[in-house]
Design a protein around this ligand. Structure first.
Ligand SMILES: [Zn+2]
Length: 251
């Protein structure tokens, strides 16, 4: 899975409200959004009644990134903001200098390289229904509700992803079992309430287990190659998940 194509959203912190100590930025609700024709994310209009110019035009990578919108301009009226957003969407190119969480991205790159090497040729799905069915089988095995799986639109800027509010969205170019397993692993880590970076040791443990369960033949290589790519795996979790009565889930 290529580093630019594979998505996956960090599982949210699942803690009781009163126990949360870190102040998360509030999710900003876009009242208007348009996808950049050149594939550079989305230009959005958000309304912030607390500000003098309450209609803010901004850029985000895609709809998952509503907490990290880059503000571009602001207006007193909504129509002017939308007009500006529409004109910007045609040619806006985000600055390459914007860096996100370096630690997390470094871990993600290593995981992608590791995953790409051990997964081998992709098992392509002929339709999204096959992906939905695989996700349902895996969810059932772990006793959790089936995660919704949908096909993303062709302009999906950053590949496939999982977000709790929407489930799994597979980019059209990633309609394959390897990509599905990757996103289902994000879903299961979230369902287990594990708080760690998105591609951390729990995620890699779940990923290996899913390849075992789906009988892709990749799991032994995955464990062997983990040290080569310095990818940590949570082995106690892996063993615990394997203790769930096992069967071959592959169709
Ligand atoms: Zn991911």
């Amino acid at each position: 899975m290529s580093s630019h194509a594979a998505g996956g959203c960090p599982p949210p912190t699942i803690q009781p409200r009163q126990a949360a100590t870190n102040q998360r930025k509030p999710r900003l609700k876009a009242s208007f959004s348009c996808v950049s024709p050149s594939g550079h994310g989305e230009i959005v209009v958000i309304e912030e009644p607390s500000l003098p110019h309450e209609y803010v035009v901004g850029w985000r990578r895609d709809r998952r990134c509503s907490r990290s919108i880059l503000r571009l301009s602001a207006y007193d009226d909504r129509q002017s903001a939308i007009s500006n957003a529409l004109s910007l969407s045609c040619g806006y190119v985000p600055s390459a200098g914007r860096k996100r969480n370096r630690t997390r991205d470094a871990a993600r790159s290593a995981v992608y390289l590791w995953e790409r090497e051990f997964t081998g040729p992709k098992h392509l799905y002929s339709s999204i229904k096959e992906a939905v069915a695989d996700a349902a089988v895996i969810s059932s095995h772990f006793g959790v509700s089936p995660v919704p799986v949908a096909l993303g639109n062709s302009r999906l800027a950053s590949g496939s992803y999982f977000i709790p509010s929407r489930g799994i969205v597979l980019a059209a170019s990633m309609l394959d079992r390897t990509s599905l397993i990757h996103e289902v692993a994000h879903y299961l880590v979230w369902r287990m309430g594990i708080v760690e970076p998105a591609h951390g040791p729990a995620f890699t443990a779940v990923l290996v287990v899913l390849h075992m369960l789906m009988n892709t033949g990749a799991a032994p290589e995955a464990q062997r190659l983990a040290s080569k790519y310095s990818v940590p795996i949570n082995y106690p979790l892996l063993d615990g998940l394997l203790a769930i009565p096992s069967r071959n889930l592959a169709a």
